[in-house]
Design a protein around this ligand. Structure first.
Ligand code: SF4
Length: 200
C-alpha cells in the first residue's frame, strides 16, 4: 500500500493587501504582534518532508519578497512536493508567470465587497477553486457577481470568525436560487463551516 503523504498548511506571511472583516487568521493583528520573518518562513519550508502536500497560505503569499519566494519554490520543487496556494489574486498577478507551472491547485478567494475583477490564473479549470465568503453584508451582491462570470462554478462558503456571520434563512434562499451554477460542495461550506487544516 502506498504511504500517505505528509500535509503542511503553511502561513507564509501575515501581511495582506486586503482587510476582510471575517479573516479567520486575524492577519493584521497577528502581523502587529508576531510578524513572520523570511527566516521563520524558510524554517517552516525546510521542515517540509519529501513528497509532502504543501498549502501556502497567509495573509497573502503574493506579498512574499521575490528572493524568499524563489527559495521557497526551489526547495519544495526539489522535494517533489504537491503545492497548493491560497490567494486573493495578488500571487497570480505577481508570481503567476514564474510559479504557476509548479502549482497543483489555486484556492482563489474573491474580495469581500465583490467589486473587483477576478485575476484568472493561466491553468486548467479544474486546478482552480474560486471561493466567495458570503456574509450578512454581501449576500445580496452574490447573484450579480455570479452573473458576471457564468463560466465559473463558484464555491460559496460561510465563515465563523464572530459566530455565524451569515443568516441561515438568507443562506438557504441564496443556495436555492443559485444551486445550478455553484459548486456541489457549496451546501456543505455555506452551512457547516469547519477547518481541519494543520496550520503552521
Ligand atoms: S485576503 Fe485572506 S488573509 Fe487577507 S484579510 Fe482577507 S481573509 Fe485575511
Amino acid at each position: 500500500m502506498a504511504e500517505a503523504r505528509d500535509e503542511f498548511t503553511i502561513i507564509t506571511t501575515f501581511n495582506c493587501n486586503w482587510d476582510c472583516s471575517y479573516c479567520i487568521i486575524d492577519t493584521h493583528e497577528r502581523n502587529k504582534k508576531n510578524p513572520i520573518s523570511k527566516e521563520m518562513l524558510l524554517e517552516k519550508i525546510y521542515n517540509v518532508t519529501e513528497g509532502a502536500t504543501v498549502s501556502l497560505s497567509g495573509g497573502e503569499p503574493g506579498l512574499i519578497d521575490p528572493k524568499t519566494m524563489e527559495k521557497v519554490f526551489e526547495h519544495l520543487v526539489k522535494l517533489n512536493c504537491t503545492i497548493d496556494v491560497f490567494t486573493n489574486g495578488l500571487f497570480i498577478k505577481r508570481y503567476g508567470d514564474k510559479y504557476l507551472q509548479y502549482i497543483d491547485e489555486v484556492l482563489y478567494h474573491c474580495v469581500e465587497t465583490l467589486d473587483q475583477e477576478i485575476e484568472f490564473p493561466d491553468m486548467d479549470e479544474e486546478q482552480v477553486t474560486y471561493v466567495i465568503i458570503v456574509t450578512n453584508d454581501n449576500h445580496h451582491m452574490v447573484d450579480d457577481f455570479l452573473d458576471k462570470y457564468p463560466h465559473i462554478s463558484f464555491k460559496l462558503a460561510c465563515n465563523m470568525k464572530h459566530g455565524q456571520t451569515l443568516n441561515r434563512g438568507d443562506a438557504f434562499k441564496l443556495f436555492m436560487r443559485n444551486k445550478k451554477r455553484i459548486s456541489e460542495d457549496s451546501f456543505e461550506t455555506l452551512f457547516r463551516y469547519h477547518c481541519d487544516c494543520n496550520l503552521v
